[in-house]
Design a binder for this molecule. Structure first.
Ligand SMILES: Cc1cc2nc3c(=O)[nH]c(=O)nc-3n(C[C@H](O)[C@H](O)[C@H](O)COP(=O)(O)O)c2cc1C
Length: 192
């Protein structure tokens, strides 16, 4: 099994990392279709699916989108970008008539946006592609994507082949003792 055949979900997660240097190799459209399907099957609050996904392959538009990301220095551009566009209306009061929490749709739409972004990024890794999740400037991204005034573009995913061969797996993460805690100690659980 080579480095690009993950044995487990954890291996796949560890293999994924943000890529900032892409080769000029074209990503076949069938692979992008598969990545789009992974976005389509992502979970969302109340299964509202408050989004549309815009696939961008035009080089100039990719450059402009990458250029409006909040941070990140790219040595070379990804071959494709898929933007998560949250559609206006999913956080309107009319849509949530009868639901007590009026702000539900707004917060939950934004929370939901991360789901397809991660699914697409992991799908890319699974297909031996590189990727990077990016936060665009909303107003610039909306203009570049011909989105509506009330839409929001919280995230986009750059996809391509890495320009770096034998890339090291994912960067450092906080140690387990800093991020995990247990309501009851494991010993206590075993005692009962
Ligand atoms: C919601 C979200 C937004 C992000 N926005 C950006 C961004 O605007 N620019 C960028 O270069 N990376 C962005 N990233 C990538 C993170 O910086 C990156 O995932 C983090 O540093 C961990 O590195 P890794 O992806 O290589 O594991 C974003 C990641 C997430 C989850």
């Amino acid at each position: 099994m080579d480095a690009f055949s993950p044995k487990s979900f954890l291996s796949l997660l560890k293999l994924r990392g943000s890529e900032y240097a892409y080769s000029s190799e074209q990503v076949p459209s069938e692979l992008l279709d598969e990545i789009l399907s992974c976005a389509q099957y992502s979970p969302s609050y109340l299964n509202v699916q408050p989004w549309e996904f815009v696939l961008v392959r035009d080089r100039q538009r990719i450059s402009d989108l990458v250029g409006c990301a909040k941070y990140g220095h790219f040595a070379s551009l990804p071959n494709a970008i898929i933007a998560v566009v949250l559609k206006e209306g999913y956080w309107s009061e009319e849509f949530f008539r009868g639901i007590k929490e009026k702000k539900l749709g707004f917060y939950e739409s934004f929370l939901s946006a991360g789901m397809p972004a991660l699914c697409m990024s992991l799908a890319a890794t699974d297909l031996s592609l590189a990727s990077c999740i990016l936060t665009p400037d909303n107003e610039i991204a909306k203009r570049l994507l011909n989105a509506k005034h009330g839409d929001f573009v919280p995230l986009m995913v750059g996809i391509g082949y890495s320009a770096v061969s034998n890339k090291a797996p994912v960067g450092s993460r906080k140690p387990a003792h800093e991020v995990f805690s247990f309501e009851l100690s494991r010993n206590h659980l075993h005692e009962n």
